[in-house]
Design a protein. Sequence first.
Length: 110
Amino acid sequence: MFLARVTGSLVSTHKVASMVGQKLLLVEPLRVAEADLSELKPTGRSFVVVDTVGAGTGEIVFCVQGSSARFTPETKTLPVDAAIVGIVDRVNAHGATVFDASRRESAAKT
């Protein structure tokens, strides 16, 4: 599994029949900042993933790759190798909170 930020969506009008109706998102994997371990930093890579949980742009999610991406009821018959399987509320690492969605939401409202 890996953490990622949803950076956008992908639209494909021509695809295999089993993929019709599937929400495709663009995500950028994240890592804990090496310098001070206080935040999540982007890795500079991007992945196209199938969204199984209703994630939106800007949210932090956790994703699975490979055969694990087909272990959900929503993806078991799809030709996919990456899927969002959860939306992250909080990340604690090295004894500190490096991400908290509730803090981000309250800051956005002010």
